[in-house]
Design a protein. Structure first.
Length: 183
């Protein structure tokens, strides 16, 4: 009996949060991150601000900061967005812009219930996919290249050290054989 009373008391269906005060706010970088992730699959959008993603699946370009190049103004109920982009040559830029507006407003509203009231996009460059890929060096490529260079340098230095030790050992051996150790 006692258990059923407790269950009934806990499951009244009353909204216990209605008397709790507080405020839910979002840092600019949270909204910027939502936008950055939402834009990853826009066909024809090569990059925002020269470098955070490349539509090449799982290939991060130039920066590990997905919020780079996205500027937001976040209020209590609304969001305004500004960004510079590089579009793919031959693609319909107006269509890219419409896709961007739709995805940004959908994802921000879905996750935060904020209304996106403005999306300002400035096209700073257009490139072919090939030009863009040639110009883009991935973070992984940079690390791999640095590791290879460092590895080759270390290997050369190790070989030089081995040769120097070997030469010195040979000289010491020659000196030891030519002079008696004890007089």
């Amino acid at each position: 009996m006692e258990n059923s009373t407790i269950k009934t008391g806990m499951n009244t269906g009353a909204d216990t949060t209605k008397d709790v005060r507080g405020e839910l706010t979002y840092d600019d970088k949270v909204i910027q991150k939502i936008i950055g992730i939402a834009l990853e699959d826009v066909d024809g959008l090569l990059t925002v601000d020269g470098g955070f993603f490349s539509n090449i699946k799982d290939k991060l370009v130039n920066s590990d900061d997905i919020t780079s190049g996205i500027s937001t103004e976040v209020g209590k109920k609304q969001v305004a967005v500004d960004m510079d982009i590089v579009a793919e040559y031959g693609k319909d830029i107006d269509d890219i812009y419409e896709q961007m507006k739709k995805l940004i407003s959908e994802q921000v509203a879905k996750m935060t219930h904020l209304d996106v009231i403005e999306v300002n996009v400035n096209v700073v460059d257009i490139k072919t996919r090939e030009e863009y890929e040639e110009d883009s060096e991935t973070v992984q490529d940079k690390v791999s290249s640095a590791a290879q260079t460092t590895g080759k340098f270390a290997s050369k230095q190790t070989n030089r050290a081995k040769n120097a030790v070997s030469n010195q050992t040979d000289k010491i051996s020659e000196n030891m054989e030519s002079e008696p150790r004890v007089q």
